[in-house]
Design a protein around this ligand. Structure first.
Ligand SMILES: *Cc1c(COP(=O)(O)O)cnc(C)c1O
Length: 386
């Protein structure tokens, strides 16, 4: 996508580093997801935490997606961007009173409640405001998503959700919470999951817990199975759009439900990761006896995933290949931390000072995690028109 002169000419005029968003690809991705979900009557809430850039949010909102928020500011942002309050979910283990009150006043679709104590607090605040709070109970499904331990969220020893051992108590506390209306159950097993068997195991757990509640006389209207579908970081050009058909098919096949029960998803990464790239300029090249270094003007302050989770991102030189010899580079940033490295032994044509590189698949958990550490410039972005 970037090995052509047009891209190089366009980017050469811009100050680096910056995020480039391909809104065309984003639109195609959203359309594919929507089509596959609509066909099965599924609902998608976009997880704002993956990317809350306004151009991206505007496009997602215009396609009729709901929003999945993890802070009061995200709830407010979704409202400001025109998302329907009746399609907003609010998750997170540490919702403050102020955040809960604001969400109650907006009459959002549902709080994803993560503990018994939180449920009591929501009940209390809703009672004081004279409203009813719709909640989904977040259950920890105890499934190992086999991804990096920092992005696994569905195991028992995790801080997320109500542990299975406390569900009996949660169900009885719920019955006493008069201002709380249980609409559903919520699950989220982790992120960057490409093995469909993980989602199949999730369906089995969801069925078990749904039955468990129904046996106790509690009807469950909404099955919210969270997000977590992964993308192809190795081959962004070959697989720019995730296989939404295969993903939704698993839930369609394995989730037991009647025609009135709704299935909801909270997708973040799968919708926005491939449309974003971080563009950076080579400041210096350095060669030791065995190693070649490419020192670029972007660092972990612009894209933290490699430093934070040893995440892989494909790195390319922008512009046409002129048949230069290929070298193995460690691509590093300017930040005073040795973890400030985008990739080791990256095969690239011999680079010169001033060359531009693209760090691919950076549309999710990229710009949103940017920081001002080292008093860096505020991150910039450009986008292609739809
Ligand atoms: C982060 C998160 C998501 C989105 O995860 P992706 O892997 O980006 O799809 C969905 N639901 C909850 C509760 C989350 O915390």
């Amino acid at each position: 996508m970037f090995n052509n002169k047009t891209m190089l000419d366009r980017f050469s005029a811009l100050e680096t580093p910056f995020y480039f968003y391909d809104l065309d690809l984003l639109e195609q991705t959203l359309d594919a997801a929507k089509k596959a979900a609509d066909k099965r009557g599924f609902h998608i809430h976009y997880a704002l935490k993956a990317n809350f850039n306004e151009h991206i949010l505007a496009l997602i909102q215009s396609k009729g997606f709901g929003a999945d928020c993890v802070s009061g500011n995200e709830v407010q942002k979704s409202i400001d961007m025109g998302f329907d309050a009746s399609k907003i979910t609010f998750a997170g283990v540490g919702k403050s009173d102020k955040e809960i009150i604001a969400a109650l006043q907006h009459h959002i679709f549902a709080f994803n409640v993560e503990s018994i104590q939180e449920m009591e607090v929501i009940n209390d605040l809703a009672q004081r405001l004279g409203v009813t709070a719709n909640v989904s109970l977040r259950i920890n499904p105890n499934i190992d998503a086999h991804t990096h331990h920092y992005i696994t969220t569905g195991l028992d020893e995790n801080k997320f959700g109500v542990p299975n051992s406390e569900l009996e108590k949660a169900a009885s506390v719920l019955r006493g919470c008069e201002a709380v209306n249980l609409v559903g159950l919520h699950f989220h097993v982790g992120s960057q999951i490409l093995d469909m068997n993980v989602f199949k195991s999730l369906c089995v757990k969801v069925n078990e817990w749904k039955n468990w509640f129904e046996e106790r006389g509690t009807y469950i209207k909404v099955l919210n199975v969270g997000g977590g579908l992964g993308v192809d970081y190795k081959a962004p050009d070959e697989n720019p759009i995730p296989d939404f058909e295969a993903y939704f098919d698993v839930f369609d096949k394995f989730l037991e439900r009647n025609s009135k029960q709704e299935v909801h998803f909270e997708l973040g990464r799968a919708l926005v990761a491939q449309c974003g790239s971080l563009v950076s300029k080579v400041l210096y090249t350095k060669s030791g006896i065995k190693k070649h270094f490419l020192i670029v003007d972007a660092g972990m302050t612009e894209l933290m995933r490699p430093a934070l989770y040893q995440a892989y991102h494909k790195i390319e030189r922008i512009g046409e290949d002129k048949g230069e010899e290929v070298l193995n580079y460690d691509v590093v940033g300017p930040i005073c931390e040795s973890s400030d490295c985008f990739g080791k032994e990256v095969e690239l044509p011999r680079c010169q000072r001033g060359d531009l590189i693209a760090i691919r698949t950076a549309g999710a958990y990229g710009e949103v995690m940017a920081s001002r550490y080292n008093l860096r410039e505020e991150i910039r972005y450009v986008y292609s028109e739809v």
